[in-house]
Unconditional design. Sequence first.
Length: 193
Amino acid sequence: MSLLALEEPSVGRIDSYRALVREFLVRGERPVPFVLDWPNADAAAFVERCAASARGEGLPEGFVPHSTFWIVEDRREVIGVSNLRHRLTDSLRVEGGHIGYGVRPSARRRGVASELLRQTLARAHALGITEALVTCASTNEASIRTILRNGGRFQDETYVEARGEAVQRYWVPAAATPSSLLPPSSPAPPASP
Ligand SMILES: CC(C)(COP(=O)(O)OP(=O)(O)OC[C@H]1O[C@@H](n2cnc3c(N)ncnc32)[C@H](O)[C@@H]1OP(=O)(O)O)[C@@H](O)C(=O)NCCC(=O)NCCS
């Protein structure tokens, strides 16, 4: 099983992060979370923008402080990104919620999103959030399953005019030391003799 560690953005891993962003673009996918759209040619400026946003500095009107995390495999590749909003606004309550996440297309379907959300929920708990609102398009089966796998409780589904689609809302428990969610490929513990 590979090691998946949640890290703050860093200049040292910027090339791997850039490759992740490129994969979204090459496949014509909308980059998620939204910070994937931020310019990253100047690595130090990008990392500082992430850090400033977490401190609540330089935010656009209507934005709340938000933290960006990278999930790094085996201390090498950035294979997923999450964005944690420190509190909700009226707009985030409808769509966006506390946490957004995306996984590099070539790293999908092996439990990365489930682990990324799990570790981001622990960061949310550290901010005093005990239940995180997570929203997703009603057609996004992979995201719905990621939420459910983390104990998400369905709240409702509403049509969001701006997106032109129905969005589901879930409340997901955030714990300080979340129970382990082993990827499906993990070996079973040895049977007792
Ligand atoms: C949604 C996304 C994050 C899932 O990432 P992932 O690493 O492939 O997800 P996981 O491997 O952890 O799988 C989570 C669950 O979804 C299921 N799943 C994954 N991809 C799927 C797909 N294309 N269709 C149906 N189910 C899928 C898995 O089988 C798993 O279900 P299980 O726990 O019941 O076995 C990824 O597809 C992505 O980045 N999409 C674009 C951005 C996005 O939609 N983000 C979410 C915004 S709300």
